[in-house]
Ligand binder design. Structure first.
Ligand code: IVH
Length: 667
């Protein structure tokens, strides 16, 4: 292939890959399967490896790149990012309408109505059709430069679709996490012993604050666009025409939108939107009403904070009153004691609620919540129900006791301990039945050792009868043990035994994840297995060695070390081994001069292709990463090396030229 032909092919691949991203992530109507997509993707990667000049920042291969930042830079918005004024009822909305009518005198106009997504506002600036900057609102004038993070969001185009995009296109929208994505993320976090996020908005805000783009890429983020900032193209006459224009550029906008000629039809549209709320894939907290004719926006102008041509109509989170009948204590897998409100069951936001989260003792004290109180609970959408207030006047002289966290674990009666840096009380007894139950459930879960037939009620029975105290005990179970249990037919017993037997040869990372080491999720477990290959190597690795592994930071390394150094872990591993648990190691590498090292390749070399270089590195025990970070050991820079070389220099990472790279390969 000549250089010309390569350029042409790369252009075609760019637009094909972006088109498939659009179909998959924005329209949810994929035309090709993952494998066909990967094939195109790899073809482009190979071309870019061969002709590094083709590698431009807007290439679909460049979504996750760049080293973790120390902090975000500030960016000044070309056009300030405004907020919206809020209304909470029909009356306030009609006042807004009357103001608009007065300002526009007799000019005819209509409104648009669309969802108000509960997320985090961003501005994305495209210059000559390519994404140049992504930023948060900040104070409206200056925000944080989160370009690296925005680039990882697959539904955001790196290049605008369509012919001849205007020189500057600045679009504004809301970054959000779908209800599904949020649920999965939280399940994974609790699985790894991390705190779950309280709601999708917090999860989104937390994700955008991450300084490492490869971590952001793991978060299920999306953006819905609804406004523009600086804009040098022709001006669509109405807001809905603008949304269509944005959709034409490949942006996700709203499928649900209404054009309303009167305020009465606006109210109807808001009703319809409210009825759709539960079926939408994302959380909304109301609707946004905008004057549809854009040339009237200038006439209406804005106050210092918000435009006079738009307003938010916020749904109040539903609140109901009920009685707090008790406060129970839940013991988590890592021993954390969490107070839970037991409530007289009530209907809120379409579900029956009988429990609410109380987070921790401090919150109970701050709100002065006492058992027997009449309490107001609130629930909006996916948010976990919470007590927002206590009806103190309803106590009417009744003397209710203040709640105190127990000094002991309610399950095993061992003392509850507060560690210095934590708010939470913990039961530190590793033999505590509550912890063991959650541990076994985690070990057997589909995402870990995937033991078929081992459900919650069965785990309860096995532990209550002292048949199981840790995962190794599972392998000693026999059909005779199981035949005594409730609701255990011979067939289910046989199925469970087969399931347990089959788990002996799961991949290594599943066993590591299933161990339930604090801070070690499925992803870190995979990183550990890939880097160290055997259980023994992981168990014996020092903190320094662990920290050199991609995705393993100091806190995680410390936790892993402490886990494997503990006597009970040593015994547990020995018993698992004796029981025949022999986890499957990832493909072994030959070991050698690059053992445990991470290299990044950039530019092209005379003597080998990028694939050959990758193989050579892996064959010597090293791994190849696509982006430069502090964990990179060497950057191999061929000719035409690009931004990765600059980044390596900025981070002070060793750079090898072709000659010194080959010397290292030779050992
Ligand atoms: S328009 C100048 N439309 O809600 C107009 N905002 O509470 C700027 N939001 O600042 C905003 N959905 O972050 C607009 N459909 C929507 C929205 C929306 C969510 C956010 C946005 C805004 C905040 C105001």
């Amino acid at each position: 292939m000549t250089k010309r032909e390569a350029e042409k092919r790369a252009r075609t691949l760019h637009s094909e890959l972006e088109r498939h991203n659009l179909l998959y992530y924005v329209h949810a109507t994929p035309r090709i399967d993952d494998r066909a997509y990967d094939k195109l993707y790899r073809e482009l990667e190979d071309l870019e490896a061969q002709y590094p000049a083709l590698l431009t920042p807007d290439s679909p291969t460049q979504r996750v790149g760049g080293a973790p930042l120390e902090s975000f830079q500030s960016v000044r918005h070309a056009v300030p990012m405004m907020s919206l004024s809020n209304t909470y009822d029909t009356e306030e909305l009609i006042e807004f309408h009357e103001r608009v009518c007065k300002l526009l005198a007799e000019t005819p106009f209509s409104y648009s109505v669309e969802p108000k997504i509960d997320g985090v506002a961003v501005s994305c600036r495209y210059e000559k059709g390519s994404l140049a900057t992504g930023s948060t609102r900040g104070d409206g004038t200056t925000g944080d430069d989160i370009t690296q993070n925005i680039r990882t969001i697959r539904s955001v185009p790196l290049r605008l679709h369509g012919d001849k995009p205007p020189p500057v296109v600045e679009v504004r929208g809301e970054v959000y996490m779908s209800k599904d994505g949020f649920a999965k993320l939280n399940a994974a976090r609790t699985g790894a012993g991390s705190e779950p996020f309280a709601n999708p908005r917090n999860a989104t805000a937390g994700s955008l604050k991450l300084l490492d783009p490869s971590a952001v890429a793991q978060r299920p983020l999306a953006v819905a666009f609804y406004a523009v900032g600086e804009w040098t193209g022709d001006r669509p006459p109405t807001h809905v025409a603008l949304l269509d224009r944005l959709a034409g550029f490949g942006f996700q906008t709203f499928a649900q939108r209404w054009v309303c000629p009167t305020i009465e039809t606006v109210l109807e549209a808001l009703e319809e939107l409210r009825a759709l709320q539960a079926t939408l894939p994302y959380e909304i907290d109301g609707g946004v009403i905008k004057v549809n004719e854009r040339d009237l926006h200038e006439r209406l102008g804005s106050t210092s904070k918000s435009p006079r041509w738009a307003v938010a109509y916020k749904y109040a989170a539903e609140r109901v009153e009920t009685t707090l009948t008790d406060i129970s204590i839940q013991v988590g897998r890592t021993g954390v004691l969490t107070p839970v409100a037991e409530l007289e069951p009530v209907h809120v936001s379409g579900t029956v609620v009988s429990r609410a989260t109380l987070h921790n003792a401090e919150e109970i004290q701050r709100k002065d919540i006492r058992i027997g109180d009449r309490v107001i609970i609130e629930k909006a959408g996916e948010i976990i129900p919470a007590i927002v207030a206590v009806q103190k006047e309803a106590r009417k002289g009744r003397r209710l006791q203040r709640f105190r966290m127990p000094d002991r674990c309610p399950v095993c009666a061992e003392p509850a301990v507060r560690q210095e840096s934590e708010v939470a009380l913990r039961c530190e007894n590793l033999q505590c039945q509550a912890q063991i139950k959650r541990w076994i459930a985690h070990y057997a879960a589909r995402g870990a050792m995937n033991i078929d037939g081992l459900g919650e009620s069965l785990i309860d029975q096995l532990i209550d009868r002292d048949l199981v105290k840790n995962p190794a005990d599972l392998y000693d179970l026999t059909a005779a043990h199981l035949s005594d249990l409730e609701r255990m037919a011979a067939r289910s017993a046989a199925k469970l035994i087969t399931g347990i037997e089959a788990s002996k040869e799961r991949e290594l990372w599943r066993l590591i994840f299933g161990m339930g080491i604090r801070h070690v999720g499925a992803r870190s477990a995979q990183a550990l297995a890939n880097a160290l290959l055997t259980l023994d190597a992981i168990a014996n690795a020092g903190e320094d060695a662990l920290e050199r592994i991609p995705d393993i930071g100091p806190v995680v390394a410390k936790s892993i070390r402490a886990f494997f150094a503990a006597d009970h872990t040593i015994t547990l591993l020995a018993r698992l081994r004796d029981a025949g648990v022999s986890p499957q190691s990832p493909e072994p590498t030959n070991g050698g001069s690059l053992d445990g090292k991470t290299l990044v390749l950039t530019g092209s070399m005379q003597s080998m292709t990028r694939d050959e270089a990758t193989q050579a590195i892996q064959g010597r025990g090293g791994s190849v990463s696509s982006s430069v970070s502090r964990k990179t050991d060497y950057v191999v820079a061929g000719s035409d090396a690009g931004s990765k070389l600059a980044k390596a220099q900025a981070l002070g990472i060793d750079v090898l030229n072709e000659k010194s790279f080959i010397e290292i390969l030779k050992g």
